[in-house]
Design a protein around this ligand. Sequence first.
Ligand code: FNR
Length: 378
Amino acid sequence: IELYLGALGGVLPAHPFDYAELERSALAALPPELRTYVAGGAGDEATQRGNAAAFADHGLVPRMFRAQAERDLSVELFGRRLQSPLLLAPVGVLGICTPDQHGDVHGMEAAAATGVPFIGSTLMSDPLEDVAAAAPDAAKWFQLYTPKNRELAASLVSRAEAAGYEAIVITLDTWVPGWRPRDLASGNFPQLRGKCLANYTSDPIFQEMTGPDPDPGTVVMTWVGTFGNPITWDDLPWLRSLTTMPILVKGVCHPDDARRALDEGVDGIYCSNHGGRQANGGGAALDWLPGVVEAVGDRAPIVFDSGVRTGADVVKALAMGATAVAIGRPYVYALALGGVPGAVHQIRSLQAEADLTMAVDGYPTLADLTPDALRRLR
Ligand code: FNR
């Protein structure tokens, strides 16, 4: 009501409400290498487009006579109550998304202002400790690209724990770069420009690997040498042994993988196809969610991402059985276009739209959102 009244009084919002408009404006404003990096996906991007389009295949069935003036969208995840079931997905090279090159810090600030956990990527432009210090009390998780060097992996995990991160997300689908024609055509691989290697250059184990005062080329080539570690089931006990923090595995889309990962001691399943950036030719991530939900049952929380663009999308993923939903590009575009206020606006808009969708459609609590709330439309 406040927003509508504000508009009546001529106070129009500074940031877009509509995702398509946000994307259009951001793409028009961003420098080409940033635009290509953020917008691009694998292959002809059919999977990436399919991720977002898949939400239209499912419709929420409105239910009347059960509206409630007060809704509660809070959810408990790994011992912390969150005010909404939303997270910011890990985004590498986020630093370059704001002109001051501190995009990770600003992502953390936006997350803290909206009560949403920030999942910091391994590929940060500021050391993970500095990013955490931007919001000491805010919920934060650390995403690990597991390096070949096990001591370096252990060091990153223990630094994250000491800095106040509360869970580790191990990304499984990015031990090789995806086939991204947009980036390939322009030779655009921002990781190789070294702007996102602060977690490595600030690490004592990595420093031993480079020797003192390394030149930028040595840093990048040392990183290239330790990146690209395909994780197998044999690695999972070792990864598990690194920390007592909850571990989630990201990129899990097959029910058997979800089941076995839980058997091997992980604490959460992160169903995602990396926003269609890593492999083309797959189904939409949303198409894999029901199978994962069925395999996991009530054994562990499920985080879902890839293609979530609106509050209604959030509600649909929750109804399918996700415990919480993460966004990537929506907050990256908002941050790049409008800084912290832009990202805060974007996150609040998603929270508000999810809340109002549940209010109007008669699903006042998260517990009311079951698969029965959805119909397959096509
Ligand atoms: C990503 N993603 C990602 N994931 C991850 O585990 N570590 C990372 O460093 C990155 N880096 C990254 C950069 C950029 C520019 C984007 C857009 C995405 C994937 C991310 O966590 C998430 O899975 C997707 O972004 C979700 O899809 P949507 O919301 O972008 O459609």
